[in-house]
Write a protein that binds this ligand. Sequence first.
Ligand SMILES: *Cc1c(COP(=O)(O)O)cnc(C)c1O
Length: 366
Amino acid sequence: MKIPFNILSRTYKMYQTEYEQKALSVLKSGYYILGSEVDAFEQEFAAYVGTNYAVGVGSGLDALVLTVRALDIKAGDEVIVAANTYIATVMGITINQAMPVFVEPDETHNIDSSRIEEKITPKTKAILVTHLYGQACSMDKILSLCEKYNIKLIEDCAQAHGAMFQNKKAGSSGVGCFSFYPTKNLGCFGDGGAVTTNDKDMAEKLRALRNYGSEKKYHNKVIGCNSRLDELQAGLLRVKLSHLNELINERRQIARVYLEEIKNPQIILPLIADGCSHTFHLFVIRSRKRDKIIQWLEDNGIETAIHYPIPPHLAEGYRHLGHKKGDFAITEKYADEMISLPLFNGMSEDEIRYVVEKVNQCRSIK
Ligand SMILES: *Cc1c(COP(=O)(O)O)cnc(C)c1O
């Protein structure tokens, strides 16, 4: 059997008629940028996340860059961020000339909240948490630190649409930055992103920044950029958002089979922390035999991925930050041990069983 890491067309086929009707209606409407579909999507998405506002932007990276900018975080400021996040999170900080201050993850792969306080300095302007792989971070300690030191909270929710800590959705505690890149749990058919917030001023700033810095046409208060969610993507996202809960449930069911049936002493399964819900954007296991397991699965037709093999502090592009191998030992160990197994909407029972069977069969790899 051949199992690719992802088959996005399966999700398309589930809702094909709805997608096609929506696409045609947008094409026929004559409105393609900042029209009624974006307005409607912003309202529906804010309601879904549980915030007063959502602002559509061009990508997840732009959501981060514009949020950091709207919070007036700039050169000389520091932002605390998980060392094992996707590099785009860090770029959201450095594109604004601010300094990322890395913190190690804990066993859940999310930022270790017990290691944050020691990194707070008078220059710290924000904590930027990533709800990694679809699991919401444990937020109570983080929120109390933000309050104690009067610093902002930014949430990178690119992998965590619908994930919750206790009863709060990711993106509703701080300023939420979302990506709608096609592979994300709420993905569109191109690039897209959004920022969620309860703060009216923040939403207005973001609406201006995404559109050349103008709230009113041709009145440019600041130098912004062109980063708008388009009508076609917004319309298609509305279709997917209306099915997001069932799509997340399907992912959870596949994850449950993996969690219950993968039994291999060489493999560490994902850990779910108390009060943190997981939407399984990615199903990430760890093993010291990582490379051999990947090879064995590949030989058996199963494609895997690594999220992520090189942590941001060791990326070539960040050499000027002055970090070296060994600076973040947990992050580096995880980067050497992680494997993401195929888990996607529309995966058949046979495909799920086959992955379990092959992962269990490679227990004797030396
Ligand atoms: C995908 C992703 C981003 C970037 O989103 P784009 O839409 O690709 O720009 C940022 N952070 C995390 C954690 C991501 O997974």
